[in-house]
Design a protein around this ligand. Structure first.
Ligand SMILES: C[S@@+](CC[C@H](N)C(=O)[O-])C[C@H]1O[C@@H](n2cnc3c(N)ncnc32)[C@H](O)[C@@H]1O
Length: 149
């Protein structure tokens, strides 16, 4: 499918026409996935190593993160559409609402993944468990919530 096309049954509305909050990208995620088609649907613990690069002003914030930790990565799907209301996932028979899906296409294209830290150092966190295109902007890193799986 070409960029900008939608599938039969999908419905687009208007993309957000205003910004209610300001976000700042704090780095970028380096992955072996050059395009969206190359990415897995969701990251997996035995996926390839990816490098979460944190910009210099925020690096002190990595203090305490260590290999073996599980972290929730929050990132901005910069190539996503922001106007889709109904979507037809590849394996679905009928359209589903954007808020019933984990599709990257949503009004605010925020994605999350739980990843395992392989190594921390040099302003970067090396992890396994990601599903995004190389260069995807990073919004936040949080330790896994206690008690979650
Ligand atoms: C289904 S989403 C899941 C994202 C996240 N794990 C979540 O559940 O919030 C993952 C898909 O988003 C697409 N994708 C990856 N990086 C993207 C980017 N930077 N912009 C738009 N789409 C992207 C790829 O097709 C990938 O398979």
């Amino acid at each position: 499918m070409k960029r900008g096309e939608i599938r039969p049954g999908e419905v687009a509305g208007a993309a957000p026409d205003r910004a209610d909050a300001a976000l700042a990208f704090i780095g970028r995620i380096r992955t072996p996935f050059a395009t969206r088609e190359d990415c897995p649907r969701q990251g997996s613990p035995d996926g390839p190593v990816c490098r979460v690069e944190v910009d210099a002003p925020w690096r002190t914030g990595l203090t305490g993160l260590a290999a073996g930790a599980r972290v929730e990565l929050i990132y901005w799907m910069h190539l996503a559409r922001r106007d889709l209301l109904l979507q037809v996932p590849r394996d679905a028979r009928a359209p589903l609402g954007t808020f019933a899906l984990r599709s990257p296409n949503r009004p605010n294209p925020i994605a999350t993944s739980l990843a395992t830290v392989v190594e921390v150092g040099d302003g970067a966190v090396v992890v396994r468990g990601l599903d995004c295109v190389d260069g995807t902007p990073l919004l936040d890193i949080k330790p896994e919530r206690r008690g979650s799986q």
